[in-house]
Design a protein around this ligand. Sequence first.
Ligand code: ZN
Length: 88
Amino acid sequence: MRSPIDRMIDEACGLTPEKIEEKIEQLRANRKKLFLTLRCPSCGKEQQSRRTPDDPPNAALMLMACPDHFPAGETVPVEYRDENGTVL
Ligand SMILES: [Zn+2]
């Protein structure tokens, strides 16, 4: 919830609650384009990670063992999923 002062400033700048909501949605969408959620399948630990050119563009989630659940010296298997949880 915006404070009364914030709302006064918003109004003076021509920002309506709808416009602010729209802006927030845009920022969320941009963030989704820039970041992937990394999740450890063993402990469920999550982290946001910046996408790399190697990541599938429609991937929303990357399942990868965290350092605690990663067998030393082995290649970590990676699985990508889209927003609906479909394996890519
Ligand atoms: Zn883990």
